[in-house]
Design a protein around this ligand. Structure first.
Ligand code: NAD
Ligand code: WQD
Length: 369
């Protein structure tokens, strides 16, 4: 079996990506994480789900592959990646591809500690790219973000929209895409796919893994789910503006179930070896970027209502002023990923809310009670 290296595999999205890769029963996984924003328990639980969902006729190799190799390490340490690649070199389960999920990701914080953001998100990527080239590991799937579009001119947003990120965090994602493309242009053995995530939501339906942010969540959905278990109810929910040019005046986002999003990485792994996916491109490098969204915009009030239905909590709220940096609408045009990766999100809003609540109610204190 081939092996996939997943830096950041203990995090919210990473743990679901690791699980989706394991559930193909075609790959082994090694995670690199420094647990800056995650817990080892997430990895143990992914192993459990992967074992629990083994088919009755699973081979011994498939059973063994439920065990995830974990390297506690930091992207900023140049040796972390080279050691990981050399550990498996020449073996049957040599590392075949990397899915880089690890990053610092809070928009507000990125403006306060930009050097840390550039260090982890940019220097960490340089370390990875150099180690990949040296080890001749030629396939990379990269966690990008809809935030690279800044305030887009057209909705739904096609991949051809200009990249004009408006925060330090967003610029690290935009710069990373540029760097990866440049490397693919220069070293034509490289193949890379950036996946621009829209707003991930929900959790694996087992309720064993999910999002566990440190402190009071800044993002809407984790805040709503934590309020329903009794946290952060004072001073209550604040809706940031209802005077946007959207149907109900609140901001619209393209929420996508995290298991759908994670499945998109398997689509990308399947596509990355296909020469057809890298033909007739404007530059010679084998680099592509795809939106991962549903193409359906949901407002803040839609999300509050969806969570109210599953949690039973009333969510009294007040409307306050706009949050600086918010854009009215970020809805993906998902057609390119469907056509070229065969990616299509299966879960709707009610399932996202149900699975988020299932995770939160079973783990009111997250991974670390
Ligand atoms: P997360 O914080 O839950 O996961 C990131 C993981 O990376 C964590 O396990 C963290 O410990 C690890 N990490 C951070 N710095 C590290 C370092 N220096 N060395 C090693 N490991 C390190 O975040 P997430 O929501 O799962 O996001 C995953 C990726 O998806 C990120 O690249 C993020 O930019 C991108 N993304 C997230 C969202 C979102 O809304 N969550 C949207 C678009 C894109
Ligand atoms: C959604 C809407 C808020 C909290 C962020 C990053 C983005 C990406 C995903 C990584 C907005 C409103 C929120 C609250 C509110 N991350 N809101 N009251 O801003 O779309 O995206 O996470 O790449 O880069 O910016 O998500 O959940 O923070 O906000 O009214 O208490 O909910 O103003 O309109 P956002 P969010």
């Amino acid at each position: 079996m081939k092996r996939i290296l997943i830096p950041g595999g203990a995090g919210y999205i990473g743990s679901h990506v690791v699980l989706s890769v394991l559930l193909t029963r075609r790959y082994k996984v090694t995670v690199i994480d420094n647990y800056h924003n995650s817990f080892p328990t997430a990895i143990e639980r992914v192993e459990k789900i992967a074992r629990d969902e083994l088919p009755a006729d699973a081979t011994q190799e498939q059973k063994d592959a439920c065990k995830i190799d974990v390297i506690k390490g930091d992207l900023r340490d140049r040796d972390t990646f080279s050691k990981a690649f050399s550990q498996y070199k020449g073996q049957k389960d040599e590392i075949y591809a990397v899915i880089l999920v690890a990053a610092l990701k809070a928009v507000g914080e990125s403006g306060e500690i930009p050097i840390d953001y550039y260090d982890v998100n940019i220097c960490g990527l340089v370390n990875l790219l150099r180690a990949m080239k040296e080890a001749q590991v030629w396939r990379l799937i990269y966690s990008s973000s809809a935030t690279v579009y800044g305030t887009p001119k057209t909705i739904p947003i096609p991949e051809t929209s200009p990249l004009q990120a408006e925060s330090v965090y967003g610029r690290t994602k935009q710069m990373s895409e540029i760097m990866i493309k440049d490397v693919c242009d220069a070293h034509t053995d490289f193949r890379a796919i950036s996946l621009r995530y829209f707003n991930p939501a929900g959790a694996h339906p087992s309720g064993l893994i999910g999002e566990d942010p440190v402190g009071k969540p800044g993002n809407l959905l984790p805040l709503l789910s934590q309020m329903a278990v009794g946290k952060y109810r004072d001073p209550g929910l604040r809706v940031n503006g209802n005077d946007y040019p959207t149907p109900d005046g609140t901001c619209v986002r393209d929420y996508i179930h995290v298991m759908d999003l994670a499945g998109g990485h398997v689509n990308a792994l399947d596509a990355i070896d296909s020469d057809a996916r890298f033909q007739n491109l404007p530059s010679r490098g084998k680099y592509r970027a795809f939106n991962l969204g549903r193409g359906q915009g949901m407002s803040v009030l839609n999300m509050i209502e969806a969570m109210r239905k599953v949690t039973g909590w009333a969510y009294p709220y007040e409307i306050i002023g706009r949050r600086p940096g918010d854009v009215p609408d970020l809805t993906a045009d998902p057609t390119l990923a469907e056509k070229e990766l065969g990616f299509k999100a299966k879960h709707g809003l009610d399932e996202m809310a149900r699975d988020l609540w299932n995770w939160q109610s079973k783990n009111p204190k997250g991974y670390n009670p």
